[in-house]
Design a protein around this ligand. Structure first.
Ligand code: F6R
Length: 612
């Protein structure tokens, strides 16, 4: 989704802003722009539809704009077409105030009408332009920029992170946040704002996260933050503990492949600190054993791949806890008058911690009295901050739009949470607990084993990439795994594919199976192996080409029916999806590569979905 970066210091701002925007490219965007201010040249705004290289050429890699203070933006269109005019920064009518904005101003239509009534002319179709125009309007009336900012904040509704540059304030810009992420960066003789730390990590690792309603005045020698009432606020700083190389490709052709390969290490980092004396220990959780015993229900809410983690979690947690677990799409949960109360634990899963639907579901569940535990990758993100409890996945920055290592770390953390609760509830026999812990410890090494055998998957992709309709089938955990496999494939290769519970095919969908339809049959869930085999026979009888996935123990049996069999090492049932997802990610990657797709930045998609 949209990205913001801002810089003030002694260096030329243009190249720094472009570099920051480049690092935000992964979030998805359709146009970009920068505003740079200098006493001699005044406020210079350059923006362009399309990839960042178009903007970069327009400003001669930043050299064509002069000044040591500026703000930049990558836009993902919501209000108005992606074109040069609708790109940010947006200017006030007198061209003295420039604004970049992430989020949506919900009441922009009425504000626009009001301002048009006052004789103000608008250039774009965006909601953002009203902020620039309203700000200039109040600035003209009051003569004080900060007063004007607060007036605007009282008037606008919706979600916003704003960067504001004014020609009359050459040594500072203003940053504002409400329901959209924005952080402040403290450098040596320079300061930054960014919607995502990757934009500025090259320059500083010292940051603080803005809270809703805060306004920051950002100068080269320091940043002053004020609360919603204009009172000064002391911000706590924190140090980002990963470095710039974590957000670079490191020799891989794509971030997605790099992140696939990083999974064993990410899982190791997520698991090992939470294992002590062969037990799962969550020092970071405040929930007491009595509170855990008092829980009547668990509801998992999330979107996309995080929701698929929750689908696996439903099977695994119910198995471990023998308590009802329901997994819901956050976008549905928020509108279904959900049945949650103080006896419900709501587990919120989000890589970015900023997904708007997930955030709205969290707030709704909290207002109904539920306890909120979130599983989040981005430290300090909105979802993390609004939850009662947070378990961080230590996946590091995930740049490719299609999630891989975040999915894997979310999944293992959810399994560990189930084990932790099961230990307290006594719902798993000690021998089984022991054997699960053993497999948990072995999981990163087994993931490495899967990653050593990518050649066969690459070959399969080279013979399958021309298919334009693919089905993933599986039962129980394999069904949940298929949902993720199918999403991964469709989002990066643009091939139409669907995941079906294998037993459900015959209730309608099997009519779509014909000569040459590709079916990816997932058979890692041993208790239902024979049933899955029958489903394979059914689709083969109707002409389907089948690629199957199973564990080492069942490979020989499966090869009697299917020619193309991929395997994962044997492991405990609950970890089958953790191993099984890797060949599916690699298959999607090579399919997309064969089809010449933009793997890290698939069309129409954004890394962090901060609109409804
Ligand atoms: C797919 C993908 C998305 C996200 C979804 C939720 O590869 O990445 O489906 O899983 O947009 O995002 P988060 O986890 O950031 O809330």
């Amino acid at each position: 989704m949209c990205g913001i970066v801002g810089y003030v210091g002694s260096a030329q701002a243009g190249p720094i802003l472009l570099d920051g925007l480049e690092r935000l490219e992964y979030r998805g965007y359709d146009s970009a722009g920068i505003a740079v201010l200098s006493p001699e040249k005044g406020l210079q705004v350059k923006k362009a539809k399309g990839r960042l290289k178009v903007l970069s050429a327009l400003v001669d890699e930043g050299r064509a704009v002069e000044g040591t203070i500026g703000i930049g933006h990558t836009r993902w269109a919501t209000h108005g077409q992606p074109n040069d005019v609708n790109s940010h920064p947006h200017l006030s009518q007198d061209s003295r105030i420039a604004v970049v904005h992430n989020g949506i101003i919900e009441n922009y239509v009425e504000i626009k009408e009001y301002l048009i009534g006052k004789g103000i002319r608008f250039r774009s179709e965006t909601d953002t332009e009203v902020v620039a125009q309203l700000l200039a309007y109040h600035y003209r009336k009051t003569g004080d920029l900060m007063t004007a900012v607060y007036r605007v904040l009282h008037r606008i509704e919706g979600a916003y992170a704003l960067g504001i540059l004014c020609a009359d304030m050459p040594d500072a810009f203003i940053a504002v946040r409400k329901d959209a992420p924005l952080l402040l960066g403290y450098g040596q003789g320079c300061s930054f704002i960014a919607s995502d730390v990757t934009a500025i990590i090259k320059h500083t690792r010292e940051v603080s996260y803005m809270e809703d309603g805060e306004v920051a005045v950002v100068k080269a020698d320091g940043i002053q933050v004020y609360d919603a009432l204009g009172q000064p606020v002391e911000k706590e700083r924190c140090t980002i503990d990963w470095d710039v190389s974590a957000a670079e490709k490191g020799g891989y052709a794509h971030f997605m492949f790099k992140e696939i390969m990083e999974q064993p290490e990410a899982v190791r980092k997520t698991v090992h600190p939470r294992l002590k004396d062969r037990r799962v220990v969550f020092d970071e959780l405040k929930v007491t054993p009595d509170e855990i015993r008092g829980l009547q229900r668990i509801v998992i809410v999330a979107c996309g791949s995080s929701y698929h983690v929750g689908m696996v979690g439903k099977y695994n947690l119910e198995r471990l806890l023998r308590r009802p677990v329901e997994t819901m799409l956050a976008s549905e949960f928020r509108y279904c008058d959900p049945l949650v109360d103080e006896h419900t634990l709501v587990i919120v899963i989000s890589q970015s911690g900023e997904t708007l639907d997930t955030m709205a579901a969290l707030r709704q569940a909290r207002s109904l009295g539920a306890r909120i535990l979130s599983i989040v990758n981005v430290v300090g993100s909105s979802i993390a901050r609004e939850s009662d409890e947070v378990l961080y996945t230590w996946a590091g920055p995930e740049i490719a739009v299609a999630t891989t290592k975040a999915y894997s770390t979310q999944l293992v953390l959810l399994d560990m949470l189930g084990l932790y609760f099961a230990d307290i509830l006594g719902s798993v026999k000690p021998e089984e607990y022991e054997s699960i812990i053993e497999e948990l410890q072995a999981l990163p090494a087994k993931m490495e084993e899967v990653l050593e055998n990518t050649e066969k998957i690459k070959y399969l992709a080279s013979v399958c990439f021309n298919h334009n309709s693919i089905f993933f089938i599986g039962r129980n955990l394999d069904y949940a795994l298929g949902l993720e496999g199918s999403l991964k494939l469709k989002e990066i290769s643009y091939i139409h594919c669907e995941a079906y519970a294998a037993g459900e095919l015959k209730h309608g969908t099997i009519s779509l199976i014909e000569d040459g339809t590709l079916v990816v049959a997932l058979c890692t869930y041993a208790p239902l192996f024979d049933k899955s085999l029958s489903n394979i026979v059914e689709v083969k009888a109707r002409g389907a080409d089948v690629v199957a996935l199973t564990d080492d123990s069942h490979a020989e049996e499966l090869r009697k029916t299917v020619g193309n069999v991929l395997t994962i090492p044997d492991t405990h049932t609950i970890f089958k999806p953790s191993l099984g997802v890797i060949p599916l990610q690699i298959f999607s990657y090579y399919m997309a590569l064969q089809r010449g797709c933009d793997i890290d930045k698939p069309r129409n998609l954004a890394k962090s979905v901060t609109v409804e």
